[in-house]
Design a protein around this ligand. Structure first.
Ligand code: NDP
Length: 281
């Protein structure tokens, strides 16, 4: 079809990815002739899949597990958020053909809090991140860029928490694992960025001190939606925002860049992703 625009998500495994559902729903809503496909690539084939995609006329890609760091090393240019996160989840080509790598996880994280907690903003706040993997790093970079006053990172492997704290030694520090109750003192925001509590992973079993409604708690995990961490935070009196919105919002910058239309995250999209009854090709 003339004018058909192709994009896709590259990962391994990729069959479980919700991204095709999100982007194909937006394409249909916008009435655009396009297709967003899941593309499986191993460590050996990742670069060939990207090259073949460009040669076929793809306008861009999302990159997911386990290729985000590899994509970071592959691109010609990085956006500031990709540079800070040390990982790339969105690729497009500039007018000169150069490949640009962006990381929209931090954007999706902040937009989800804004939408889910009455316009919540990080400026001047104190945040605690549990975990120090790739997603935690993107979230930390976004919180620091958005003006958080204090950032505490607690992680099982201390060196990874220290590496994130080193992004801004004035405002960020690493804390012990498991975190002492004092690590949560004065926290406005607590983020679970570990994989604890995710379907198929070990349970989240950290004790949380009393928190109260001033504290906002959010989990990056969205399977299940109501995670053990969110349940514990709610029992401690905190407000909660689940992790599904982060996934939906992180998809926005890529779609806008590739297809030239700013998409909307709403309840219908959320339902489509939850039920798997969105628009798949
Ligand atoms: P990584 O594998 O990079 O990091 C996993 C983190 O969990 C590390 O901090 C790791 O600690 C910690 N962890 C794992 N097992 C244990 C354990 N038994 N005890 C204590 N800590 C543990 O994953 P990502 O950063 O990419 O993803 C983290 C979570 O965020 C995943 O559940 C993922 O699905 C979710 N996610 C959600 C997104 C969204 O859009 N909502 C986007 C991206 C991720 P250690 O360093 O010691 O190994």
């Amino acid at each position: 079809m003339a004018g058909l625009r192709l994009a896709g998500v590259i990962g391994d495994p990729v069959a479980h990815s919700k991204s095709p559902l999100i982007h194909n729903t937006w394409l249909k809503r916008a009435g655009l002739p396009g297709l967003y496909a899941p593309l499986r690539a191993t460590a050996e084939t990742f670069e060939a899949v990207v090259e073949t995609g460009w040669a076929m006329g793809f306008v861009g890609f999302n990159v997911t597990i386990p290729h985000k760091e590899r994509a970071y090393r592959l691109v010609d240019r990085l956006t500031p958020s990709a540079e800070a996160a040390g990982a790339v989840n969105t690729l497009w080509r500039d007018s000169d053909g150069g490949v640009v790598g962006d990381n929209s996880d931090g954007f999706g994280f902040l937009e989800n809090l804004k939408a889910g907690a009455d316009g919540w903003e990080p400026d001047g706040r104190s945040a605690v991140i549990l975990g120090a993997g790739g997603a935690a790093r993107a979230v930390a970079a976004a919180l620091l860029a958005a003006g958080v006053e204090r950032l505490t990172v607690a992680n099982r492997t201390a060196a990874r928490a220290e590496a994130i704290a080193a992004m801004d030694p004035e405002r960020a520090r690493a804390a012990a694992w498991p975190p002492e109750p004092s690590a949560f003192e004065a926290a406005d925001l607590i983020v679970n960025a570990t994989s604890l509590g995710m379907v198929g992973q070990p349970p989240f079993d950290l004790a949380l001190p009393p928190l109260g409604p001033r504290v906002l708690a959010t989990d990056l995990i969205y399977a299940p939606l109501d995670t053990p961490f969110l349940q514990a935070a709610a029992a401690a009196g905190a407000r909660t925002v689940d992790g599904l919105g982060m996934l939906l919002h992180q998809a926005r910058p890529g779609f806008a860049r590739w297809f030239g239309v700013a998409p909307t995250v709403d309840a219908a999209l959320r339902d489509a992703v939850l039920t798997g009854e969105g628009c798949l090709p």
